[in-house]
Design a protein around this ligand. Structure first.
Ligand SMILES: [Zn+2]
Length: 382
């Protein structure tokens, strides 16, 4: 067994994080070999080993140990290295948290895929998506090993988890919380996020959020904006949302803000480019727009024939994600339309695995394009 795996397994196992304590035994917190006193904060690497492979686990860890007892909230970001809005949300939340005014503990891992973040890549160096390898294995690929170390020595000791994302390549998302509404504690976190919309779904197998929930840690995702840019209008609602959750958990003074019931979406589907209609795509509707079935919300023009095809809303609802203007091929996801109303507990169409279809073609009866129902895919950035 290599030295760095041994370090992860033996050294970290010996110093697990503490859980919420009673006032009498509320003391220093041990996290990956560091001790953080009540009323103080610290920033340090997850593992300081300098070996070639262990540098992938040289992940920044920020911990604020509250002066008073309370739960442990974990905030993770940058699991997809190009989704930088979330990294800034996590940074601002931590910087804005005064440990002397805090009850409980804030553990922030703002740059989980630090390697990918530095190179602007969604993936790890081995081209794997870290967010499909949880809860991980100490004997698998490097993605499995990283997932296992994080899951075993941080995530399993969190009382709640907020994982921060954006849409994936060349797409953008309205601020939205993804949650398994069947998990009551997770749903309560989502409802107290203060802003954005809630979309019901369990998330893909192997994702940090889904596996955390299945391991008993209530967890939600906040998704906002697009990769590779900082967008203040998507960052600030995230910061406010995490702070509202901290108020809900009793970690900060003040009242949390509830998301209204009519901002909870029971499901969502993607409109895609049908077969033979590739070209240059230009959206004519924006995030947050209410659209009706059959409405023209963009177009695709074939650059070689100049034939223009309208892109029509395949159903009525609200645009919660969309592709930016770009060349597109058949099957490419263009508009993510949410269906309003209070979430039905078993609905999870918004979280179907990449590439899976949940319905056949839908003839909207207008124009040349027949948009199709599809569930979300990697486009959503989860
Ligand atoms: Zn993501």
């Amino acid at each position: 067994m290599s030295r760095w795996i041994w370090l992860v397994m033996m050294w970290l196992i010996s110093v697990p994080m503490g859980l919420a304590a009673t006032p009498a035994d509320w003391g220093p917190l041990e996290v990956v070999g560091r001790s953080i006193e009540p009323g103080s904060s610290a920033r340090f690497p997850f593992i300081p080993d300098t070996t070639y492979q262990a540098s992938l686990l040289n992940i920044p860890v920020f911990v604020a140990r509250g002066a008073r007892p309370g739960p442990t909230l974990c905030v993770t970001a940058g699991i997809h290295g190009d989704e930088i809005n979330g990294v800034e949300v996590a940074r601002r939340v931590f910087v804005g948290t005064d440990p002397k005014a805090l009850a409980g503990t804030l553990v922030t891992l703002p740059m989980l895929n630090a390697d990918g973040f530095r190179s602007g890549s969604r993936y790890l160096s081995d081209r794997r998506d870290l967010n499909r390898y949880f809860p991980g294995s100490s004997r698998g690929s490097v993605a499995s090993i990283i997932a296992d170390a994080l899951f075993t020595h941080v995530v399993s000791d969190c009382d709640a988890l907020v994982d921060l994302h954006t849409a994936s390549f060349h797409r953008t998302n309205a601020p939205q919380i993804r949650v398994d509404v069947d998990d009551a504690r997770s749903f309560e976190l989502a409802r107290h996020f203060s802003g954005g919309i809630i979309i019901a779904g369990k998330g893909p197998r192997g994702s940090l959020r889904r596996e955390a929930v299945e391991a008993g840690v209530p967890a939600i995702i906040y998704e906002a904006g697009e990769p590779m840019r900082f967008e203040p209008d998507k960052i600030e609602p995230g910061v406010e949302g995490v702070r509202s959750v901290m108020r809900f958990l009793g970690m900060l003074q003040g009242k949390p803000v509830l998301i209204p019931a009519d901002r909870i979406f029971r499901g969502s589907t993607w409109s895609r480019v049908p077969a033979g209609k590739a070209g240059f795509f230009f959206p004519e509707a924006d995030l947050g727009d209410r659209v009706t079935r059959g409405q023209k919300i963009g177009y695709v023009v074939d650059p070689l024939t100049d034939v223009l095809t309208p892109a029509l809303a395949h159903r009525s609802g609200e645009i919660i994600g969309l592709a930016v203007a770009q060349p597109v091929l058949s099957g490419y996801a263009l508009f993510h339309i949410g269906e309003g109303g209070t979430a039905a507990p078993t609905e999870e169409r918004s979280d179907v695995e990449p590439g899976e279809d949940v319905a056949g073609p839908v003839d909207v009866g207008v124009g040349e394009i027949q948009m199709r129902d599809h569930a979300q895919d990697a486009a959503t950035g989860m």
